[in-house]
Ligand binder design. Structure first.
Ligand code: ZN
Length: 358
């Protein structure tokens, strides 16, 4: 929504070949074996019959005994069209549990294990890359170094947190067939990813009861720039006793865009999180930060003549919306202060900055 992002090519995508080959070959194979996997699998997985191999075997048996083999294969093939599931209300969705709970559990088990393999040695040996490197490349190629959904937090990317930052747009607990689908994966910040924000909530249904479909934006589908503005409903008091009341407005380029923007804002709590997590905190502290900035920029005797000019520079320095998570919210607040604030709020803030310097 906020940034035009595209999925990048990574060798990690090769892991998709495992379920793709399995579902391509299953109908022609009466007996389970390594020939249901890509050619390279046995060499890298290590000729083992436990773990992932065993989970595939269980899934194989259940599919063979289900009496619904073609339907399940078709379901897998359709599970790949994530963009279509988001934007096309009549796309074909397949749920394993409609065949049997047993199928759902076996699929869940196999695909979860497959997803967990992203950082396993045999996958690293095959792909010559890992999730940490993928996240770094994703940021660099997209030139977006913050959470691509809210733009207001970092993407965790330490060695131990990398895979946790890899989000399933259609969550893997409900859509196991899409768990390693490269179209369904991308790095997401923790605040957007964790419950109750996204968690295992449905994105393509109006709620978790799946009563009705609705369209929802697809992260790699860019519909245009959102025009953002910050509206002040009530100004805070200088002594911070009154918090102030604010609202970010998000304006799309047409009705379709606006509809998807409104759902993005509500689902991810964008407006509320920008205000609660960033704006209110900044309002409480910015006069100190600005006073510190001024001590490096001007002499105290120039305070009166150079305050306005330096406030504009202070705002303009917050222009890396794609790099520093809180910059955007801070920029909008300072911009409000410069262009729209009441004289009493503007002068009260100025007085407080002056007091920090004295
Ligand atoms: Zn986020």
């Amino acid at each position: 929504m906020l940034f035009p992002i595209t999925q990048i090519n990574s060798n990690l995508r090769q892991i998709e070949e495992i379920p793709n080959t399995f579902f391509q070959k299953i109908q022609a194979n009466a007996v389970f074996g390594y020939d249901l996997f890509p050619d390279w699998f046995q060499e890298f997985y290590g000729n083992r019959t436990d773990g992932l191999y065993n989970k595939a075997n269980i899934l194989f048996d259940i599919i063979k005994n289900s009496g619904n083999e073609p339907r399940i294969v078709e379901g897998y093939i359709n599970s790949i069209n994530i963009e279509s599931h988001c934007l096309n209300l009549s796309s074909y969705l397949f749920y394993c549990e409609t065949i049997s709970q047993e199928l759902f559990e076996a699929a869940n088990d196999f695909f979860s294990h497959l997803f967990d393999s992203f950082d396993k040695k045999w996958v690293t040996d095959k792909t010559q890359t890992n999730v940490l490197k993928y996240i770094k490349e994703f940021k660099e190629q997209n030139k977006v170094f913050v959470c691509p959904i809210c733009g207001n937090e970092k993407i965790k990317s330490s060695q131990h947190e990398a895979r946790a930052a890899l989000d399933h747009w259609l969550c893997k607990a409900k859509y196991p067939f899409s768990a390693v689908n490269w179209n369904n994966l991308f790095p997401l910040g923790e605040g957007c990813n964790r419950p109750p924000v996204k968690g295992q909530n449905e994105v393509i249904w109006i709620d978790n009861n799946r009563l009705a479909r609705h369209s929802f934006f697809y992260p790699f589908n860019w519909l245009g720039e959102i025009e953002i503005s910050l509206e002040c409903i009530e100004e805070p008091s200088i002594d911070s006793l009154i918090k102030g009341s604010w609202k970010f407005n998000f304006l799309g380029i047409n009705d379709l865009h606006q509809n998807l923007i409104d759902k993005w804002d509500i689902f991810f709590g964008i407006n509320n999180r920008w205000i609660d997590e960033t704006l209110n905190e900044f309002i409480d502290t910015w006069t100190f930060t600005f006073a510190n900035y001024l001590t490096q920029e001007i002499n105290f005797e120039d305070f009166e003549v150079r305050y306005d000019e330096k406030l504009i520079s202070f705002r303009n320095a917050r222009n890396s919306f794609n790099v520093n998570p809180q910059n955007r919210v801070e920029w909008f607040f300072l911009n409000y202060l410069i262009n729209e604030a009441s004289a009493s709020f503007y002068n009260g803030s100025k007085q407080s900055v002056r007091e920090h310097l004295e």
